[in-house]
Design a protein around this ligand. Sequence first.
Ligand SMILES: *[C@@H]1O[C@H](CO)[C@@H](O)[C@H](O)[C@H]1NC(C)=O
Ligand SMILES: *[C@@H]1O[C@H](CO)[C@@H](O)[C@H](O)[C@H]1NC(C)=O
Ligand SMILES: *[C@@H]1O[C@H](CO)[C@@H](O)[C@H](O)[C@H]1NC(C)=O
Ligand SMILES: *[C@@H]1O[C@H](CO)[C@@H](O)[C@H](O)[C@H]1NC(C)=O
Length: 546
Amino acid sequence: MPARGKGREGKGARSGGCAAVVMAGLPCALVLLLSAGSAGAVWPQPQHLSAGSEGGCRLSAARFRFAHADRSAVAPGCEVLDLAFQRYWKLLFRATRRDAGNSHTQDSPCTVLSVNVTKPGCDGFPSLDSPENYGLTVSDQLMLLTAETVWGALRGLETFSQLVWRSDDGTFFVNKTDVVDFPRFPHRGLLLDTSRHYLPLKAILETLDAMAYNKFNVFHWHIVDDPSFPYESVVFPDLSRKGAYNPFTHVYTASDVRTVIDHARLRGIRVVPEFDTPGHTHSWGPGAPGLLTPCYLGPKPSGSYGPVNPILNTTYRFMSKFFAEVSAVFPDFYVHLGGDEVDFTCWRSNPEIKKFMQEMGFGQDYSKLESFYIQRLLDIVSSFGKGYMVWQEVFDNAVKVKPDTIIHVWKENGGHYPNEIASVTKAGYRALLSAPWYLNYISYGQDWVGIYRVEPLEFKGTPEQKDLVIGGEACMWGEYVDVTNLSPRLWPRAGAVAERLWSNKTVRNVQDAYARLADFRCTLLRRGIRAEPLFTGYCENEYGGV
Ligand SMILES: *[C@@H]1O[C@H](CO)[C@@H](O)[C@H](O)[C@H]1NC(C)=O
Ligand SMILES: *[C@@H]1O[C@H](CO)[C@@H](O)[C@H](O)[C@H]1NC(C)=O
Ligand SMILES: *[C@@H]1O[C@H](CO)[C@@H](O)[C@H](O)[C@H]1NC(C)=O
Ligand SMILES: *[C@@H]1O[C@H](CO)[C@@H](O)[C@H](O)[C@H]1NC(C)=O
């Protein structure tokens, strides 16, 4: 029993039905009712959407255009919007010849989508505080998108593009609709790991495109780690020369990094780079002699290296220079400093470090040594006017951090991660959730459902504590992922995270989500994203064309 696809944007999802839902462990009867209603559906679900069912307004590819509204605070010449107008026109009508048949007159109400931005400014970068709210009205009289900022306007353009549908004879329509929308959480991120496998620039840019379709707004770039160091540093060029898989082909040049940051900005996406220390730093070693701790086997150096050596002044001089560069290259206020999974074995083996531990009165508690390092690193990074995010161990080890630090909760801990969010927020820190959203883990069947059902604020805490949860991130670690399988593993599964972080808490109906997500996945295919299927079915426009 297929769900009825409506072919918005010229595609339709005909997937789902009873078997799909039985697999997701849901009663079947419900689905048959709900899965029919996906036309006019938007992913992620807007906060308020009233869709008029009486007829669509016809859009003509030949005449339709986006325009700045009268008295908008933003005028033509605003790159963010002007380029978005071009992108969305192409997404809507790409395959259509401009002179495709239509019987429209110039003054049809569905000729122009007017975009009214109420706050000036369009050449800056989005930030954690940027408003993304917008309102969208499609009526007999006009089509108007109103937003406080250009970033909100981008979200509204995405929604508009999803509301457009195509009838069987190829005509484009948009129904009378009123949308008032805003995100539930301000930080909706996606992590890519470009160390375990190098991801070509093109794959990163395509991921940013798909993120914008899902209203994600933070690209967390886990750019280096143990296996490779692809970031080309200006101050320390040897890091990638000696630490990249291939220093000519498997690196991100300064120009690549600028391209990523700009591509992201134009889509209202922040780029938060992560340079994880003191652990996860093997690849730093060859290009930065003396930075890593020499491990010992009995009385002699074993020839292998452990975490960053926290007892040397040279280490901090290195970090100062390195993070001065990072702070200048990446415009976002936040830098992710890692701090996770520090293995103490090597530190324990090293006699100099043992001596330092004694002098400092740390006893056998190597987490105190880790804290000593992190503390100094945080001071360095603050001195460049930056804020920081860290993995939860930094908090667990009671490192003294600035009050505006964001603690990134990643340990699933047998489903007990809500306790960690409770502790972090009880201590007054802001929390970011990733524990249940490691999308690199896969299983047979519809694992998006578990991802979707997560409720970030379901932990014991006061309303003030709940306010400290700023959002979450879907993580795609790279052990088993490179450009061949990145997109299908990400999409549409990451969409489940996107909706959880954008939509109202009450939007949790899995049957309804299934119909919309299956349909949205067809939209992704039509836009050239290799999104994997949720279950049996087909799209009007399959990937690569049928
Ligand atoms: C949009 O209008 C069409 C044509 O009148 C109708 O079939 C469809 O159900 C409408 N969509 C929504 C979401 O109301
Ligand atoms: C756009 O918003 C401004 C207020 O910021 C308002 O004065 C103006 O009338 C609006 N334009 C349209 C076309 O709604
Ligand atoms: C490291 O710096 C501290 C303070 O800046 C100084 O007291 C100490 O002697 C230095 N250690 C070495 C080995 O230079
Ligand atoms: C979410 O939905 C509930 C129930 O419809 C409503 O009471 C609440 O105000 C909504 N939240 C927001 C932020 O709109």
